[in-house]
Each structure stands twice: as C-alpha cells, then as structure tokens.
Design a protein around this ligand. Structure first.
Ligand code: SDX
Length: 437
C-alpha cells in the first residue's frame, strides 16, 4: 500500500501513502492542487491529518491513549505531573538529575513581574477565569519579549509552565477577593498551586496529600491529546511564528468553548440542573435526543473516542477514592453515575457511540477539592499546557514547517458591477435585509 489513486475528470493521479508506527494510514495530498487543480474538502477536519507527530497516540476505537508510547493508565499510576511535562516536551522520561534541574527551574521562575499583578485590577469581578488566563498569558510577552533564539525559547517554556500556575491561583484569589499567596520554593508544582489557591495569610496551610495526589492525576490526564481543537489552534497560531505566550493564549481561548474544555464546567451545571429537577434523568436523556432541543449531555461523546475514553474510566474510579478519602459525599456523583447508566442503555447513545469523556467526572473531583466551577477549565488548561508546548516545539523544530493556510471552495456571488449609492437609491433597487448592527 504505497500509493493511492484518484481519478478526476478522466485523469488518474497517484498520491504517496504515509503509514505511521501504529499502522495509521494517511494519503499525502501535498501535491493535490498543483497537479489536479482541485482541493480536498473536509470541514472540521474530521478526516484530515495536519502533521506527523511523535508525542501522543490515541486509538479511539480501542480506547487507547499513550504519551510518548507510555499508556495513560501507567503514567497516571506512577508519574508526577512534572515528569509528564518533561516527557511530553523533551521526549523521554527524565533522569533524577534532569528532573531535579527541571523542577528547580520551574520553582525559580514561579513569580510573575510585580507590574503584571496590577493587570488583575483591570478585570471586572464577573470576568471568567479563562478570559483572565488567556489575557494574562498573552501579557507575559510584554515582559519576556524574547529574541526567539533557541535558549530564549527553552527559557520561555520554563517561564510559561512555572508562571501559568501562579497566574491561575492569582486569578482565583482575585475572583474571591482574597490576597494573593506567593509561591513557596519548598513545595512541589502541585503543592504550590494548591497552596497559592487555598492558603490564607492569617492561618498556616498544610497541603493535603490526598488533594495533591488528585491534582497530579487530573493534570496528568489532561496533559495532551493529539490534534484536538485547542492544540490545532496552538499549531495554527504558532505557524505564523507568533511568540509562545500569544500562541498558548490562543489555545486557552479555544479550550474555553463548551464543546471542548469548557464542557467540564457545563457538566456540573447540567448535573445541578438534574438534581434541582428532582433527579429526573430520563427527562434530560430524552432532551439530549430531541433534535429540536439544543440540550446535549455535556461530558458525553467525542470526535475520536468511539469507545470509552480511558481518562473518564480512571476519573470515575478516582472520584470514589477522593471523596472517600476526604470523607465527602457528593449527590452529583450518584446523579452522574445514574445518568451514565441510563444513557448507555439507550440506543440513541449506543448507536452513536457516545460515552463519557474526560470532562464527565473531572468536575466531581474538582468540586471535592474545593475548586469552584468557574475554575474547572483553567485547571484543564494548566494540565494541557505541556501538551500545547510540546506540540508547538515539535512544529517549530520541523525544518519543513510552513504557515498554515487552508483553502476554501467559494459559493458566493459571481462577478458583478458595483452600483454607487446614489444609483442604488435612484433605481430603488430591491434592498437586501438591512444588516443588523
Ligand atoms: C474534549 O478532541 C479532543 O481530544 C478533545 C478532548 C481533549 O482532551 O482535548 O478530549 C477534550 O473536548 C472532550 C469533549 C468535551 N465536550 C463535551 O462533552 C460536549 C458534549 N459533546 C458534544 O458536543 C460532542 O460529542 C463533541 C463536540 C465532543 C464531538 O462532536 P462531533 O464529533 O462533531 O460529533 P457530532 O456533534 O457530529 O455528534 C454526532 C451525533 C449527532 O447526532 P446525529 O446528527 O448523528 O443524529 O451524536 C450526537 C449529535 O447530535 N451527539 C450528542 C452528543 N454528542 C454528540 N447528542 C447528545 N449529547 C451529546 N453530548
């Protein structure tokens, strides 16, 4: 299988076929237009590969997710989030020395410029934390202009990884009117994030090992996922050679959408709606099936997984453990379980292979950790940060990388002569619907 044949207007064309290390098959269409004059058309890119990548592999049919070849189940069980950051970005599991150096770098770059703190005062109180994160991450480029050369690039990777958690914690503190808590150099990455979010000046704060383990797990499970919407945004914006901070800011904005990372917030809001409606699961399952209704079961379905999402399986088990270890009981977890049962017995969901995805159970754990719903997608962004960085770095190191510029098929008016306003008025031409302001 080394070529694919296309017959167009009676002409036969052959295109090379690329076969990946997991036997995925791609037809190389890079010469399609120059040879045939035609383009491929694939809105939402469901059938289109944008790149060759060595970072993450997902098999949606088999429910497999691997980071640099390591199964997510093993990584989630045995790694720390900082190890996963190193693995995704630099391509191998770190040695003890590499890990210590990496950890120290992340620790020493955790502070943000004091002037940057003032930016938080400019946001109105109801500003969504994802909006704040996107703006603040982009603003880092005002302080680290960067010459774009190699070691500046590596230093900006460290700066972004280290400062993003501080920006997230500060945006949370700002949203609840509490003073910022500065990072502490004796804490790990996740301990520091919990400390900056939940410590208060007046009292000592001890980071709970249960919360620290749960946070490590949540960040690891979100760390990368091939060419999803926000990662494709990062590659697209990065291909113009915009700086890393601007690139990741764009990724944060893409992740915010309720069909993508914003779903974890919508799942909890949906479960609360069902709870407040007397736990009437069937009503909402029926609503999700009703084409005339915009309602969807948030946290269900996936473009790639047509079987279970391995991350959802891990989170479903972890939700039980975390709540039990915290001695908590959350009625929303029971509602989530019942909703999953009812949906997976319904042919509508079974036929469409709609299963719980990573967002379905994550919010239950965030809630148990005391993280407010509005911060859920920010936590997703912190987890996805190493993935975005790794994918951006892989693209920028590709000697053949070009600016991304898709084509289109034009379906509008063919050429016509312009009619000046006075003529249009004089002829009382039929007026198109006035364009709303
Ligand atoms: C993430 O790509 C990634 O890797 C993303 C992610 C990552 O790690 O980066 O995994 C993270 O974004 C997970 C997805 C979070 N989003 C949600 O939970 C929102 C709810 N889910 C959907 O909106 C939907 O399932 C998507 C957006 C996730 C996938 O959309 P697709 O692939 O475009 O599928 P579709 O909308 O074409 O749906 C196919 C059919 C349709 O019905 P029919 O037209 O065939 O009759 O399934 C139905 C849809 O109406 N459907 C749903 C549904 N999801 C799909 N019906 C009810 N509830 C749902 N959740």
């Amino acid at each position: 299988m080394d070529t694919a044949k296309l017959i167009l207007n009676g002409e036969e064309y052959e295109f090379p076929v690329v076969v990946g290390t997991e036997d995925e098959v791609g037809i190389d269409m890079t010469t399609l237009r120059s040879r045939t004059g035609a383009i491929s058309l694939d809105p939402a890119y469901g059938n289109t590969g944008s790149c060759l990548s060595t970072i993450t592999f997902v098999d949606g049919e088999k429910g497999i997710l691997r980071y640099r070849g390591y199964r997510i189940e093993q990584v989630a069980e045995s790694a720390t989030f900082v190890e996963v950051c190193f693995l995704l970005i630099y391509g191998h599991l770190p040695t003890q020395q590499e890990l210590e150096t990496f950890h120290n770098d992340l620790t020493c770059h955790s502070l943000i410029h004091e002037s940057l703190k003032n930016f938080f005062d400019g946001f109105p109180p109801p500003a969504h934390p994802m909006m704040v994160m996107s703006a603040m991450v982009a603003s880092l480029s005002a302080f680290y202009t960067g010459t774009g050369d190699a070691d500046e690039g590596d230093l900006n990777i460290i700066r972004l990884l280290a400062k993003a958690k501080t920006l997230a914690a500060f945006s949370y503190k700002k949203s609840i009117g509490q003073p910022f808590i500065y990072p502490q150099n004796d804490l790990s990455y996740t301990q520091n994030l919990l400390h900056m979010m939940f410590a208060v000046p007046a009292e000592p704060y001890e980071v709970s090992p249960v919360l620290d383990r749960a946070l490590n797990l949540l960040l690891i499970l979100h760390a990368d996922h091939e060419q999803n919407c926000s990662t494709s945004t990062v590659r697209m914006v990065g291909s113009s050679q915009a700086n890393l901070f601007a690139v990741v800011s764009a990724g944060i904005s893409a992740l915010w959408g309720p069909l993508h990372g914003g779903a974890n917030q919508k799942v909890i809001e949906m479960l609360e709606l069902i709870r407040d409606d007397g736990g009437n699961f069937e009503k909402y399952v029926d609503l999700a099936k009703d084409k005339s209704s915009p309602f969807r079961l948030m946290g269900f379905g996936h473009r790639v997984y047509k079987n279970f999402d391995p991350r959802a399986t891990i989170l479903k088990e972890s939700a039980d453990e975390v709540l039990a270890e915290l001695g908590m009981d959350d009625p929303l977890l029971e509602i989530a379980r019942r909703l999953e049962e009812v949906a997976l017995e319904d042919s509508f969901f079974v036929e469409r292979k709609l299963y719980p995805n990573v967002d379905f159970y994550s919010g239950i754990i965030y809630r148990a950790m005391g993280i407010p719903t509005g911060m859920f997608t920010v936590m997703f962004a912190l987890g996805r940060l190493p993935g975005w960085i790794a994918q951006w770095k892989e693209m920028m190191e590709d000697p053949h990388v070009r600016i991304s510029r898709p084509r289109q098929i034009y379906m509008g008016e063919t050429e016509r002569s312009f009619v000046p306003l006075e003529l249009r008025e004089a002829e009382g031409r039929e007026r198109p619907e006035p364009v709303g302001v």
